[in-house]
Design a protein around this ligand. Sequence first.
Ligand SMILES: Nc1ncnc2c1ncn2[C@@H]1O[C@H](COP(=O)(O)OP(=O)(O)OP(=O)(O)O)[C@@H](O)[C@H]1O
Ligand SMILES: [Mg+2]
Length: 367
Amino acid sequence: MKLLIESSPYAIIATDIKGNIIVFNRAAEELLRYKAEDVLEKIHITQLYPPGVAKEVMKKLRSPDYGGEGKFTGSEFKVVDRRGKEIPIHLSTAIVYQDGQEVASIGIFTDLRPRLVMEQELQETHLQLIQLEKLRSLGEMAAGVAHEINNPLGGILIYASLLMEGLVSDDAKREDLGRIIQEATRCKEIVRSLLEFARQSGPKLELTDVNRAITDGLHFLENQATFHNIEIIKELDPSIPPLWGSAGQLKQVFLNIMVNAADAMHGRGVLTIKTFFARDGDKVAIEFSDTGGGIPEDILPRIFDPFFTTKRVGEGTGLGLSMSYGIVREHRGNIEVDTVVGSGTTFRVLLPVGYEEAPAQEGAGNP
Ligand SMILES: Nc1ncnc2c1ncn2[C@@H]1O[C@H](COP(=O)(O)OP(=O)(O)OP(=O)(O)O)[C@@H](O)[C@H]1O
Ligand SMILES: [Mg+2]
């Protein structure tokens, strides 16, 4: 019997009627990180629970409402290990009677941590699926609308330009016409990014030097006024291998993230860009850290949603991150965000290495 208890994969703890521990098996040692000899007859059962919990367990145990009097068929609680860390467990417990008298109680504890980790992973996968689905249906709608709007917009631009050409250089109407052309051009740009967002084909794959894509993007940005007062620190690992991907699309992703960083810093701060091997070397991480204001918790879950923006009309369409997310997912990668309000944000793009083998070029080369 003793051997059976010792070998149980579940932690088994028994106490005498006063709550002194009299059985503490090997799994209990592992769960609570005590040695049996330090616990047996030395520690009171209440010390293994957070304050008040042992009492609650005893109360339920004596009540007929939780699986019968003297039995308690299970509920989730926390126990406290030797270092004071709380561990979520599932507990089933019973009072041991002898000749109608309570003589001891016995509890079986199951560690819930592996289950909780699994549940969290499941939930994350679920959220990612929802996000992808949202992107897909929005992409379809956006593509439809964008195609429809493109032609009339082209018409407006052409006729406005023709009118402009027919006006003498000091005509008072030139300014109004100029505004029409300017605004229509902006519409065209929005339509263009919508169409890009809705690209239904997969990325065109080529061996892409990630460090190079970053440096190219930076060259472009450093000439923009918004970057003039931003210090850029580069820590690019030269040993990361070229990845199968679309250089153009990845560059677009990096640009989006860097422009967001500059916006968050209102043109003044430090942007740190790192590339390195991550997750045991089977992924390459590209990390962009800014010293901006961070992202408040309530908007964090929405930043990858299409059209979500906190910027003023005309300053952002809210497509940057959703497009980037779509592209990175097509590259079988992921984007992670760490943010601290008031001190800054890190966007981490993770891409799989697997460069020896080109993935199937599904749909590549299509417009
Ligand atoms: N580095 C960052 N720091 C703080 N907030 C950020 C950062 N990056 C993104 N955000 C928030 O996420 C929102 C969505 O970003 P996203 O790039 O998708 O759209 P946008 O920048 O507003 O517009 P667009 O990129 O289409 O011009 C931003 O409006 C901003 O509120
Ligand atoms: Mg943006």
